[in-house]
Write a protein that binds this ligand. Structure first.
Ligand code: NAD
Length: 439
């Protein structure tokens, strides 16, 4: 047995604060309310349905994850959030069109009660949409202070003992890290001076960390993945994680990629295209936002396939990702992957994947798990980047100089071993030779 880490119990209410009351966040909230009433199961959520093996295979110890580590229960979650539109979460869910109207009607009271707070928004960062429910503070620092006031008020009005924040708002345009992001001193000066390189998502992240609230980024924006905000999170003992929820086509890529690599099958090309018609698709129709998403989606294969180590197999691979806005699809995204592979003596083969997926249905359990595990991280005194949660992201945030791990199966092992470590259980290496040793 290892030394057990101290984790405080999940007592009282957990406030889950969400910038972006759109398809993903309303699907999450509706799912939690429906599950509480027994109207549906939280499928896809490790925190709700997952089990974890402990000890040797012969011990048969496989508790539920939620019984193994102390997690907030669904009954103790209170939701809040911000959006540029005034729609309450019932109307926003109706607009998103992901869930059945009859189901939404049964949870109308809970959903209608959640009204978005005024957002910090900048049309320079998100094109193609605009709304009225926006803060009008003079400087970016004033906006951050206004968000901190929202957070404080929400906590006391809802009698929460803890809070977490998960960014579920639109994808912002691509920004390169520059000197304003390099230290918290520079960052705060830039906030005061209204510097254009401080994105709204960074202002939310700053406000969360300053308020001691763990922050998770579900979109591919830079946001909390900067030296300045990492410095602040470490200084104030706040967990942070990102970026870009791993769902849909990239989920498939991180399932298939490691499989092909494990058998050392070569890849000539991987062409991925998508059509989607929701508001996310509308925002991604802008070249700046698409660039942010493209960078996040493209990074995945390289780290799985390691072309530098396996030049014969992957060095020449052509990888292309396209996203096309196509309104008739709504939230029902359709993706096609054409994978040109080669095997023994270079003989060519093809794999075609046509995934008719529901993005928000895949994303909702990811948001729920991230909220609950980030809260756990804080109660376990874990601060800064939570790389053990890479499992949930397309572009996992890691310490500078450390290559992210994209292989979903390695990510799962890392995740489970972290939980075992926290509870003082032996880590599992899957070596298993001891089962065969003679006594
Ligand atoms: N659905 C998935 O599987 C998936 C996967 C990975 C990442 N994401 C990301 O999650 C985010 C949410 O996706 P979605 O489908 O719910 O999108 P959506 O367009 O339905 O919802 C986003 C909401 O954010 C609001 N918004 C934009 N800027 C804001 C700001 N500064 N403050 C507050 N609200 C703001 C918009 O008005 C909109 O209502 C997107 O960035 C998307 O790229 C989604």
């Amino acid at each position: 047995m290892r030394t057990k880490q101290t984790i405080t119990e999940a007592e009282g209410k957990l406030g889950v604060l969400i910038p972006g009351i759109g398809a993903v966040s309303t699907t999450l909230m509706a799912g939690v309310f429906a599950a509480r009433k027994g109207l549906g199961k939280p499928i896809g959520s490790i925190s709700q349905m997952g089990k974890i093996r402990l000890g040797k295979r012969t011990e048969n110890r496989n508790p539920m994850v939620k019984d193994f580590v102390p997690l907030a229960s669904l009954d103790d979650i209170v939701f809040g959030g911000w959006d540029i539109y005034t729609d309450n979460t019932y109307d926003a869910a109706m607009h998103a069109g992901v869930l059945d109207k009859n189901l939404l009607y049964t949870i109308k009271d809970e959903m209608s009660a959640i009204k978005p707070m005024r957002a910090v928004f900048d049309t320079e960062y998100v094109k193609n949409i605009n709304g009225e429910n926006v803060k009008k503070e003079k400087t970016k620092m004033d906006s951050a202070k206004a968000l901190m006031a929202d957070i404080k008020r929400f906590k006391s009005e809802n009698n929460c003992s803890r809070l977490v924040m998960v960014w579920c708002a639109s994808t912002e345009i691509y920004v390169e890290e520059n000197e304003t992001h390099l230290s918290i001193k520079n960052f705060e000066k830039a906030l005061e001076e209204n510097h254009p390189s401080i994105a709204p998502s960074m202002i939310y992240a700053y406000a969360a960390i300053k308020s001691g609230v763990p922050f998770t980024n579900g979109a591919p924006n830079l946001t909390v993945d900067t030296p300045a905000l990492i410095e602040l999170a470490n200084k104030l003992n706040v967990p942070i994680a990102g970026k870009d929820f791993k769902t849909g086509q990239t989920l498939m890529k991180t399932i298939l990629g490691p499989g092909l690599k494990t058998r050392l099958l070569g890849i000539d090309g991987w062409f991925s295209t998508n059509i989607l018609g929701n508001r996310d698709g509308e925002v991604l129709d802008d070249a700046g936002a698409f660039k942010t998403k493209e960078v996040s989606k493209l990074s995945v294969l390289d780290s799985i396939l390691e072309p530098d180590k396996y030049p014969d197999l992957y060095k020449e691979m052509y990888h292309k990702v396209r996203i096309n806005y196509y309104p008739p699809k709504g939230d029902d995204k359709e993706s096609w992957d054409n994978i040109d592979i080669f095997g023994w003596l270079g003989y060519k083969m093809q794999i075609k994947v046509n995934f008719l997926c529901k993005d928000s249905i895949l994303a909702a359990p990811v948001v729920l798990d991230l909220a609950l595990f980030m809260d756990l991280a804080q109660r376990a005194n874990m601060k800064g980047i939570q790389e053990w949660l890479s499992f949930y992201f397309k572009s996992p945030q890691t310490k500078e100089g450390l290559e992210p791990m994209h292989d979903i199966f390695l990510q799962k092992i890392k995740f489970e071993n972290t939980l075992r470590y926290l509870k003082g259980e032996n880590l599992i290496t899957h070596l298993g030779l001891d089962y065969y040793e003679e006594n």
